[in-house]
Write a protein that binds this ligand. Structure first.
Ligand SMILES: *Cc1c(COP(=O)(O)O)cnc(C)c1O
Length: 331
């Protein structure tokens, strides 16, 4: 991408990317319900309506095969999310977008450095949005974000939008925001940027080690890699029907885990008026019940992967033995 516009957060990157392309009230933007809330919030903040399409359960990313029937005369854009650090299946998605003349705004907030068929995410659509929140793969000491794009005019529009719609002090062409990338954050990020590729490599290696140790375990599904994708594992997320048990065992052993995300966006209270019903997007709803993020960060000792994996396998073995002995017990 030729241009980068620094902004105050990943959320603002999404909002400005949509707004600069003229997306607003009356428009629809297609996205996934299995993501951090900010994805849909940005669409709503622009006055547009998020339209939720279910996920592919093997990657947790938007299922392009379900996308076409959701396109209407009001649809203006598709906002795929590269969840947990892995690219969505972009080839077919971009092809559909081109056929219907829709913009593609990538939510790459969890996936800086990830690749899809040899190209970096964020550079696969009309605009790519990144977050520099400390928990992301490239994190500042506070909030920050960026939009990358090839269209210079659009980049200029975003620069005005982030500064009160003004190119000349105290002269305002349109309503904007106060959303600059703080200079102090930019300084932190410039230093850390040099290490991003190395850190992403370490994340990949640790993830591979988890998958090697847990791949054969019963009741556990390790992350699947989409053909052509090179993920950066912002999160290492397993899927298991024993989530609560495993979570408890790990917590007791002093191991922190996380649930991303417990309630899909189409079922959030704020979106009740959109009229989605429980059961309507089953893959997202099932994933919300079964996903569990294990500890993963660059420089994490390999032994941690081994310890966590051993705790999980032990808990599953005991859990299954427990079930068996109950059902086999003479009545
Ligand atoms: C973190 C995140 C955002 C928002 O980024 P902020 O910098 O926290 O505003 C948006 N979308 C996804 C998928 C994210 O993970």
């Amino acid at each position: 991408m030729d241009f980068g516009v620094g902004v105050a957060s990943g959320t603002d990157a999404l909002i400005l990317a949509l707004e600069a392309q003229g997306i607003g009230p009356g428009d629809e933007v297609i996205t996934t319900p299995f993501t951090f809330f900010a994805t849909a919030e940005a669409i709503s903040r622009c006055g547009a309506t998020p339209v939720f399409v279910d996920i592919d359960p093997s990657t947790y990313n938007i299922d392009w095969q379900l996308l076409e029937p959701k396109i209407t005369a009001r649809t203006k854009a598709i906002m795929p999310v590269h969840l947990f650090g892995q690219s969505a299946d972009m080839e077919s998605l971009v092809e559909i977008a081109q056929r219907y003349d829709l913009k593609v705004v990538e939510d790459a907030c969890q996936a800086i450095g990830a690749e899809y068929k040899g190209r970096r995410v964020g550079g696969l659509g009309d605009a790519g949005c990144f977050s520099f929140f400390p928990s992301k793969n490239l994190g500042g000491a506070g909030d920050g974000g960026m939009v990358v794009l090839n269209d210079g005019e659009l980049a200029e529009k975003m620069r005005l939008l982030r500064e009160h719609g003004s190119s000349r002090k105290y002269h305002h062409q349109f309503l904007g925001h106060n959303s600059r990338l703080d200079a102090l954050q930019a300084a932190f990020l410039l230093v850390k940027l040099k290490y991003l590729d190395e850190w992403n490599k370490e994340r990949r290696e640790l993830a591979a080690h988890y998958s090697e140790l847990l791949g054969a375990a019963p009741e556990i599904k390790t992350p699947e890699v989409l053909p052509g994708a090179s993920p950066v594992f912002n999160l290492y997320v397993i899927r298991t029907s024993m989530r609560e048990t495993l979570r408890e065992v790990l917590t007791q052993a002093g191991v922190a885990t996380g649930i991303y995300y417990p309630l899909p966006l189409h079922l959030q209270e704020v979106y009740r008026d959109l009229g989605y019903e429980k059961g309507e997007l089953p893959q997202s709803e099932n994933a919300a019940q079964e996903t569990l993020a294990l500890p993963l960060y660059p420089c994490m000792p390999k032994e941690t992967v081994e310890k966590v994996s051993a705790l999980i396998i032990d808990a599953i073995t005991k859990g299954r033995a427990g079930t068996r002995s109950l059902s086999d017990a003479p009545s």
